[in-house]
Ligand binder design. Structure first.
Ligand code: EPZ
Length: 417
């Protein structure tokens, strides 16, 4: 389970290099199943969710090797289309293997991934999109299987720009017969990364990053070499850390172009933000102004994955704030632990309201999920005294080594895995 201890109360100072993106790497790894050959992923983050996806790929027959942050996937042979329950229930995003497996083997069987502490996480939109491409589903208890003798291009209109459903639809369409149009699809940078990877492997996709993607089905894909982009959520987490605790940091490789809404809010609250070709420079010395009302939204709005870390800055801002979570229906669980540190946040439905001006104090807290865990670490940096964050394993799902990174930003932090 592991824990992290932080001696807080000091501003940040230093430089950190931002790791590869978890949410870009996972769908690209799944997509490698579509190419019967060798795919090499550079800058692939060494995190437990990637390790979980490696096990899933090995389970279906691929050979997977890691050399530091380079992952090699040989998907020449795919021998099994059943995803083991253990991994699907551990990592919901294993569901994006469905589209890739249907494209490659025309068959998939998996456990319903189920919800998690950040809310219900149905896959109805994934299933609907894959059905429109010709997949036939059968449910048996909590097991779901699908077959698609032939995938045929279709016009898909998503009811909501779901990231995962968009990824599954794209992956099932690249080898389908004919052209597929996906409307009201997600515009997150990770969608663009997936489509760029697939085009590098021989697919014909246009429109990525807009709300409408067109895919012209091709006969076959081939292995390729692809570099995973830096993780905008990890970069945003450390940017918010500097905003909340004060100080001066340089976030090397941070993708400023993908953090517009976060940089704008941080600038309004008192941080000086300089986007440079090599990364983002952040400095906050004076007052922490409250932005008033904030809400999460689909890209390029303020990202739900930075909502919990952002609460740490808001609760210390001079005056009241209110943050509404618009994407997940249960993503404010971390408030209970933040309040034990003196955050004084009130939750009503999906809105977190706070008076601001709080002085956080260190204590023992428990992470319940990935981004809430990162928020507790940021709170420990700002708090007077020692904070102990238990259940470090949740944080290690998405952060390569948050202790290493924050140490390089001058934080008095240690931990055991
Ligand atoms: C991806 O999750 C990310 N995960 C999440 O990051 C991120 O928070 C989310 O997109 C939103 O940006 C990965 O990329 C691995 P959605 P995903 O489908 O695809 C509802 C992190 O911390 N919905 O866009 O699961 C759903 O319940 C993780 O790194 C349906 O109702 O997100 C949610 O309310 C957490 N039916 C909303 O849509 C469906 O079939 C957005 O979900 C699918 C989704």
């Amino acid at each position: 389970m592991g824990s992290i201890q932080i001696q807080g109360g000091r501003p940040l100072c230093g430089e950190v290099s931002i790791q590869g993106s978890k949410n870009a790497a996972l769908p690209v790894m799944a997509a490698s199943v579509l190419a019967p050959g060798i795919t090499t992923l550079k800058n692939c983050p060494e995190i437990s969710d990637v390790a979980c996806m490696c096990e899933l790929l090995r389970h279906v027959g691929a050979k997977v090797y890691r050399q530091e942050n380079v992952l090699t996937i040989d998907a020449t042979e795919i021998t099994d289309c059943r995803l083991p329950r253990e991994y699907v229930t551990r990592m919901r995003s294993s569901v994006v293997l469905a589209g890739a497996m249907l494209g490659r083997c025309h068959e998939i069987s998996l456990t319903f991934p189920g919800g998690c502490v950040i809310g219900d996480r149905p896959i109805d939109m994934h299933i609907q999109a894959l059905k429109e491409l010709g997949a036939e589903f059968t449910e048996n208890g909590d097991n779901l299987s699908a077959k698609a003798a032939r995938l045929k291009g279709a016009v898909i209109i998503l009811p909501f720009p779901s990231v995962g459903a968009t990824e599954n639809a794209v992956m099932a369409a690249v080898l389908a017969e004919g052209t597929t149009e996906i409307y009201r699809c997600a515009k997150e940078p990770e969608i663009t990364a997936l489509c760029d990877f697939l085009n590098c492997a021989g697919a014909k996709i246009t429109g990525q990053g807009s709300g409408h993607i067109t895919i012209e089905g091709v006969e076959r894909l081939h292995g390729c070499t692809y570099e995973v982009e830096p993780d905008r959520i990890v970069a945003g987490t450390y940017l918010i850390g500097a905003l909340a605790a004060g100080g001066r940091v340089f976030l090397r490789n941070a993708p400023a172009g993908q953090l517009g809404s976060v940089c704008e809010l941080a600038g309004f609250m008192g941080a000086k933000i300089a986007a440079e070709p090599a990364g983002i420079r952040v400095e906050r010395q004076g007052k922490l102004r409250s932005p008033g009302f904030v809400e999460t939204g689909i890209y390029p709005a303020f990202p739900t994955d930075l909502q919990s870390p952002f609460l740490v800055a808001l609760c210390q801002a001079e005056t009241m704030s209110c943050l509404t979570e618009r994407i997940f229906n249960g993503r404010l669980a971390v408030v209970e632990e933040l309040n034990r540190m003196g955050a004084n946040i009130r939750v009503e439905n999906n809105c977190a309201a706070m008076d601001g001006g709080q002085k956080l104090k260190g204590c023992s807290v428990t992470a319940k999920e990935l981004r809430g865990g990162a928020a507790l670490v940021l709170a420990g940096i700002c708090a007077q005294g020692m904070t102990l964050v238990y259940n470090r394993h949740f944080i290690d799902r998405g952060y390569e080594d948050i202790v290493r990174d924050l140490k390089s930003l001058g934080v008095n932090i240690g931990g055991k895995k």
